[in-house]
Design a protein around this ligand. Structure first.
Ligand code: F0G
Length: 481
């Protein structure tokens, strides 16, 4: 939610009280240098004891509500037939409008099952944009991802409110080229993660549905960030200015054949979900559920988390919940943009994204500017962000680096976790880092796994720039913070 102050300034405001807290600490600059070296300059490999603000992800790190926690206490632990599942199924019917649902242990488990059931080797999967795990499962099933984003979607400085739209004419061309029978499904990702949390419009979703239906291609919706996409539709698409988040979600779902989501984001729990109104899809997916996840009424989730997901689904339709992180991100992005720090605009959901190619223009993509920026930000602030660029893109079959479309360092905002002074601190340290950007050098791999290398890969700085940056920081701030 936003509030207008008497001086006309608009502030994002927390519509919740903090009832339980976890102490954090800010390690001194000297320790941060040791920690990033121990982590092979990969922020995934930092230990949280060395992290002040954890903005790696909003996945599984959101503050839960009192109602979610209390629902966990009434969980019905049973291998089969748990009442907790039926409470989730009621919430799915009410909030999303689907008759059939199955829990899975998290979002990528849903992607695995969908790939197993729908993708034949040589098939094509159409997407507005890929996500790392969604692409990995298509690849592993022998399929190929085709990204059909509109021209301009990858421009980091933009006023386009719907950079997550899928280009309908490219959809038509793909059907002509590959044949509808070779297209497993079209996947629309809400609040498109890897291009900076950018939404699609309802108009676009309706058009994608019409095209998909005319060729009998199933429309699969990745709803991990569904409430934020609904909020952006309400804010940015004139026809929906007076619609509630719940109404927008139900209309979106009316166009969808199969919804899946990571419950770790919009619903604030640790789990995942698949839902549909088509029994034929449900039955095909159900066949594999017990093999990979678990029985139909728990699917690899704990019943406590299933209860919390039922509550989380209802809560995400609350205006204050759906808007909370997005309004903070907007404030964060606008403060940085005003200061000239290169960020993705317009502000999206999920995170504030730094554009590493503009932040560190002296570094070519071959030395991983987004990874270097994430490491440098940690050195300058104790804030953990995530590389979303070439390191997050695996090599091709010939072993060559595949240069990512965008080189982003992502500062995710877990829902209801951080306060405005945390954002002000991040803005300040980012300004300092931008002023000292010429000190930041590139990275090279020293240990590199073949699949999803960004998780466990270890890198080293090219030159001793970690030390140089730390010295410059200490000269300005001392060793304290
Ligand atoms: N789809 C989207 C759009 C996601 O953002 C994620 C996860 C997944 C699928 C996979 O779900 O993690 O529950 O298995 N995104 C996390 C992130 C990891 O940090 O953005 P999962």
């Amino acid at each position: 939610m936003k509030i207008t102050l008497s001086n006309g300034k608009v502030l994002p405001i927390e519509m919740h009280k903090i009832k339980i807290v976890q102490k954090t600490s800010l390690p001194p600059a000297s320790r941060r240098l040791e920690a990033i070296e121990e982590a092979g300059y990969n922020t995934f490999l930092l230990r949280t004891k060395d992290v002040f603000l954890d903005m790696l992800t909003d996945s599984g790190t959101n503050a839960m509500s009192d109602n979610q926690l209390s629902a966990m206490m009434v969980a019905d632990d049973a291998y089969a037939g748990s009442e907790s599942f039926y409470r989730l199924a009621d919430a799915v019917r009410e909030v999303l409008g689907f008759r059939y649902c199955m829990p899975v242990h998290q979002g990528r488990a849903a992607e695995h099952l969908l790939a197993k059931v729908f993708i034949k080797p040589g098939d094509v999967v159409l997407m507005n944009y890929h996500f790392t795990t969604s692409k990995a499962h298509v690849d592993l099933a022998g399929g190929k991802v085709l990204e059909l984003f509109e021209d301009g979607a990858l421009q980091t400085v933009s006023v386009n409110p719907f950079k997550g739209n899928l280009d309908i004419s490219k959809f038509e061309a793909a059907v002509k080229q590959y044949g509808a029978e070779h297209i497993s499904f079209v996947r629309m990702e809400a609040t498109t993660n890897l291009i900076g949390g950018q939404p699609f419009s309802m108009k676009n979703l309706r058009e994608v549905k019409a095209m998909a239906a005319s060729y009998h291609i199933p429309l699969v919706f990745d709803g991990s960030l569904i409430s934020e996409n609904a909020y952006f539709i309400q804010q940015r698409e004139a026809a929906y200015a007076n619609s509630s988040i719940q109404e927008i979600i139900l209309e979106m779902m009316s166009y969808v054949d199969i919804l899946y989501l990571s419950g770790r984001k919009s619903t604030g729990v640790r789990g995942g979900l698949i839902a549909t109104n088509e029994k034929k899809y449900y039955d095909r997916l159900l066949e594999w559920l017990p093999v990979y996840e678990g029985f139909a009424t728990y699917g690899g989730m704990s019943t406590k988390e299933i209860e919390a997901m039922a509550v989380g689904l209802r809560e995400m339709t609350d205006q204050a919940v759906a808007s909370g992180a997005a309004d903070f991100i907007k404030y964060f992005v606008e403060r940085l943009d005003e200061a000239g720090v290169p960020v993705i605009t317009p502000a999206g959901g999920l995170a504030c994204h730094l554009d590493a190619m503009r932040f560190l223009p002296h570094l070519p993509q071959s030395v991983y500017p987004a990874g270097a920026l994430a490491a440098a930000l940690y050195l300058a602030s104790g804030i953990r962000s995530m590389e979303r660029g070439t390191i997050s893109t695996d090599r091709d079959a010939q072993g060559n680096d595949v240069m990512a479309d965008l080189e982003l360092a992502r500062l995710a905002l877990p829902r209801r976790l951080y306060t405005l002074s945390h954002i002000e601190y991040a803005v300040d340290r980012l300004k300092w880092l931008y002023d000292h950007r010429e000190l930041v050098g590139g990275l090279r791999f020293v240990e590199e796994p073949p699949v999803l290398r960004f998780f466990f890969g270890r890198l080293a700085p090219i030159g001793d720039w970690g030390m140089a940056l730390t010295r410059a920081f200490q000269a300005d701030f001392g060793n304290e913070c």
